[in-house]
Each structure stands twice: as C-alpha cells, then as structure tokens.
Design a protein around this ligand. Structure first.
Ligand code: ADP
Ligand code: MG
Length: 354
C-alpha cells in the first residue's frame, strides 16, 4: 500500500517565526530533510524524526516573506491537498480536511488564508465553481450548498443563522450517521456568495465567543460544502460532502491554574481531539482489513458531525500546523505525535502486507 491509495494523508506545515518569538530570540527547532521532519529538544539537543505525506516549510530567505512567495506556498498547498478534493466531489467521494495545532500555529492561515493569500477554503470553493461552470452536460443539474458551524463545549451553533441562537441538536439516523437538526444549508451559485457567507460566519463566531466569554480559538469551526449532481433523466443523484475544519487549539489545559469555564473548555477540547484521534486510528485499521471494529464516532460532537466524510468512501487530510520556535517545543511535539499516530498504524499495515 502506498500513500496514494490510503484514505488518510498527513501534511505538516511550519509557519514563520512570529513577532513574539523573534523578540525572545527563539531558536528554530523544526527542520526538514527530504521526507523527514526533525524536531530538536531545546534542552538536550535530542532529535526525533517523523515522516509525513506532505511538508511545507518556510525558507530562511527573507524574501520568503514577500507577498508573492507566501502566495506561491498557499497555491502549492491547494494543488497538493485541495485539487483532488474537488475532483473527488465530482465522483461522489466525500472529503474532510482538518487543521490541527496549538493556537497561533497557522491553522486558520492554512484553511482560510490571510488577506490576499487565500487558503484552502476559498481556493476549493473557487475551483468548485470553475469546474461547475465548465461542466456542460445539460442532462445534469448541479447544486451546491454551504453551511458553517461551530462546536463550543460540545454544543453546535449555526454560524449563518445565529438568530436561531440556541445550540442545535445532533441526532442520529443510524449508529454511524448523524445530522444537525434545524441546520439550514445555503444554496450557493457564485464564489462571491460563499465569500460573503464565510465573512458572515466569521463575524458571528466572534460575536458568539465574546458573548460566551470565550476565545474563538476554543471552538471548532466546520464549513460544509454539499455537492449534488442530479441527472434529469431518471432523477438519480450523486452526492458528496466536503468538510473543512479549523480545529480548536490543541494546547493542553493546565488544570492547576485553570478553573470554571476555561477548564471546562479545555477538557472538552482535549477530549474531542482525542476522540478524533481514536476515530482516525480505528478507520485506518478498518481500511487495513481489521474486522469488527467499532469506530467511536458517538463519543464526541466533532466526530459525529464528521462521520459522513471520514469513514466509508471518503478521503481525510490532516494538516499539522507547527511553530518553528523552541519556546513551543512541548506543544509542537504533541502535534507531531498526534498526527503520527494514524500514520504509524498505516505503516505497520504496509509492513504486514509485504
Ligand atoms: P491559528 O489559527 O492556528 O491560531 P493563525 O492561522 O491565526 O493560527 O496564524 C497565526 C499568525 O501566523 C497569523 O498572523 C498568520 O497570518 C501567521 N501565519 C500562520 N501560518 C503562516 C504561514 N504558513 N506563512 C505565513 N504566515 C503565517
Ligand atoms: Mg485560528
């Protein structure tokens, strides 16, 4: 089995040093050597090595920080990870792209982008519409809908219909199929419509987190594109779902110095991320032929919502967002370990097969 035919792929991405890290003359602890990502323990210089499917690094070249070169890397991320998602949607294959990492590591930059440096979400939406415009089969009607949700403390909020106010309930049709009751996906026909819905969702997210006295890094954001191809003859449908997920910051809560809402948030985030890890591990084992395995979708709201585009005929991409700096060593190592766990299982199965 090669990376090409596994349904989960992992990308690591190192952001440039930020102002705070530069002020503190932080040292670089992440390096990349061909397919290998190396993290150095700043205390004793010990190295750990990991291998992932895709790697994105920032060059030490100061020119790297120019708008053009930043943009080129965003483009490359889209070509590697986003293009296939759109192509698969046409074939009825679902996909989830998830950005994982501590707050400030570059999750939103990869998913949404920053200013003109568009990230995966706008580029995938744009490509979706371009490909729909190119499709010329008059016998097939194309529909695209868009939703934007937030999971905070295990509760689901529709970011496009905040008037609904209260959390929406997640119900199940079977043990592995869930839906959000009362969620109203928006039909979209142009890229600009998605852009303004994303803006609206982002604004509502900020308002909601202020109201709940939370930082927006403490919730998971999920954008859902649903693509439906309806054949006019026979009215047969091909459906596919693309989940684009900006996860809550993965930093561990220090229960000693944290209490009340902050502690509850942290515990909920840690547990939903750990369920996500268990779900992915179970899926990889299942894919490798292990029978009778129960995938624990039910154990968190996040995995319930993603169930339709994680298992079965779907593709999952995890982007591990990393700070390059020594001061973030523990969290960065935690992120590498998290995404490595799924990959470890994949590699073990590769060995068994040969
Ligand atoms: P997160 O969503 O993980 O909290 P952000 O995506 O908001 O982190 O990134 C933190 C800061 O770093 C932002 O100012 C962002 O523009 C910048 N940044 C993140 N990743 C990159 C990158 N790959 N290249 C350039 N700047 C980046
Ligand atoms: Mg963010």
């Amino acid at each position: 089995m090669t990376a090409e035919d596994t349904n989960i792929k992992i990308a690591v991405r190192v952001r440039p040093f930020n102002g705070r890290e530069m002020e503190r003359s932080a040292q670089r602890i992440i390096t990349m050597d061909g397919p290998t990502t190396i993290i150095t323990n700043p205390k004793d210089g010990a190295e750990r090595k990991f291998t992932f499917d895709y790697r994105y690094e920032f060059a030490s070249d100061p020119l790297y920080l120019s708008h053009l070169s930043l943009n080129l890397i965003q483009q490359r991320v889209f070509q590697d990870l986003g293009e296939a998602v759109v192509e698969n949607a046409w074939k009825g294959i679902n996909a989830s792209i998830l950005a994982y990492g501590q707050t400030g590591s570059g999750k939103s930059y990869s998913m949404f982008g920053y200013g003109l440096n568009k990230g995966l979400i706008p580029m995938i939406a744009d490509r979706m519409f371009t490909s729909m415009a190119e499709a010329k089969d008059p016998g097939v009607e194309l529909q695209l809908t868009f939703s934007m949700l937030e999971i905070y403390n295990e509760k689901v909020y529709d970011l496009l219909n905040p008037a609904a106010g209260d959390a929406l309930r997640v119900r199940n049709t079977t043990n592995t199929a869930f839906y959000v009751e009362g969620l109203k996906p928006f039909p979209v026909t142009t890229y600009q419509e998605i852009e303004s819905l994303v803006d609206r969702g982002t604004r509502n997210r900020t308002v909601a987190s202020t109201k709940m006295n939370a930082s927006s890094s403490r919730s998971h954001t999920i954008l859902i594109l649903q693509f439906i191809q309806i054949s006019k003859v026979g009215r047969t449908e091909k459906r596919s779902i693309i989940n684009l997920v900006d996860l809550a910051g993965s930093e561990r809560v220090n229960s000693a110095g944290t209490e009340g809402e902050r502690l509850k948030e942290g515990v909920n985030i840690n547990s939903s991320l750990s369920v996500l890890g268990q779900v992915i591990a179970a899926l990889v084992q299942k894919q490798n032929g292990k029978k009778g395995l129960v995938v624990p979708y039910r154990d968190s709201t996040l995995t319930k919502l993603l169930a339709n585009a994680l298992g079965g005929n779907s593709r999952t991409i995890m982007i591990a967002a990393l700070s390059p700096a020594d001061i973030n060593y523990e969290e960065t190592l935690g992120t590498l370990r998290f995404v490595d766990r799924a990959k470890q299982i994949k590699t073990a199965a590769t060995v068994n097969e040969n």
